[in-house]
Design a protein around this ligand. Structure first.
Ligand code: NAD
Length: 268
């Protein structure tokens, strides 16, 4: 159902973003890959999107801390996607970083980077991509927030602030674009996915911090038992499946939501 559509997935050289890129590709989308990494990692991510079924895939370089680089990236993606009408049809704001220390010890540079990548970049891609979505009558913004967009944990001041910010930003955009398009064209929707623990490199330092001299599995068990009642981590593909569903035409009236995939974390 994404044939002829162009998807931009930020932070898709790793983890959840790569899985979302692959899932959208499997449904026929052309995929604009973005994210940091060695040339080898970047080539692998693009090849992986093509292998999953993307009619075309390319890496677009942009350090998301820099609004000028984001503007250049959106212009490049629009030019590249002329074959499918030009512009981003599916925008997945997924890039994110974490740094877990108490508030008073949080380096100011970390606060600035986390807010820039996790929150401000999302504002910039949305302001640049959404007018085109409205003009074409179809658009999907899927913002990867977190359970930490709904509830807090200690030692994550900038991360939690950024994720609550994404949920608020998404609600504003959902309202502003609610009447764009039609039921037939699919409309323009904006939603957040709020994962609990997902198996990716982002959480390795937090697993490591809970090993207490034991194995990695001991660290995983300790992490899950603190907050995630299912005691199972999600796979990146599980998040990809929800992102893809939100892109379906039938989801035209699902907008302004923040959907937890958290094994019951926020039910407590
Ligand atoms: P990851 O570390 O595997 O991937 C992060 C991606 O962001 C990478 O592609 C990286 O290159 C990119 N990135 C980082 N800084 C960047 C920058 N300055 N410019 C461009 N790209 C940059 O992490 P992940 O776990 O896949 O996380 C993806 C998203 O999911 C993040 O927003 C994270 O907060 C969110 N999330 C993750 C979990 C989890 O348990 N893993 C839970 C909830 C939410």
């Amino acid at each position: 159902f994404l044939e002829g559509r162009t998807a931009l997935v930020t932070g898709s050289t790793s983890g959840i973003g790569l899985a979302i890129a692959r899932t959208l590709a499997a449904h026929g989308a052309r995929v604009a890959v973005n994210g940091l990494g060695t040339p080898g990692q970047i080539d692998d991510a693009v090849a992986s999107a093509r292998d999953a079924g993307a009619p075309d895939a390319r890496h677009f370089d942009a350090d998301l801390r820099d609004p000028a680089q984001i503007e250049a990236m959106l212009a490049d993606v629009a030019a590249w996607s002329q074959a499918s009408g030009g512009g981003v049809d599916v925008l997945v704001n997924n890039a994110g970083i974490q740094h877990a220390v108490p508030l008073a010890e949080m380096p100011v540079a970390k606060w600035n980077d986390i807010l820039a990548i996790n929150l401000s970049a999302t504002f910039h891609t949305m302001r640049l991509a959404m007018p085109g979505m409205a003009a074409r009558g179809y658009g999907r913004v899927v913002n990867i927030a977190s359970v930490h967009g709904l509830v807090a944990s200690k030692d994550k001041a900038p991360y939690v602030a950024s994720k609550f910010g994404i949920v608020g930003l998404s609600r504003v955009a959902a309202l502003e674009y609610a009447a764009a398009g039609s039921r037939d064209s699919g409309g323009v929707t904006v939603n957040c996915i709020c994962p609990g623990w997902v198996e990716t490199p982002l959480i390795e330092p937090q697993i490591e911090a809970r090993r207490n001299g034991g194995s990695r599995d001991d660290g995983v068990r300790a992490l899950l038992s603190e907050k995630q009642p299912s005691l199972r981590m999600s796979l990146p593909e599980d998040i990809g499946a929800m992102a893809a569903w939100l892109c379906r035409r039938e989801a035209h009236n699902v907008t302004g939501t923040a959907m937890p995939i958290d094994g019951g974390w926020t039910a407590q």
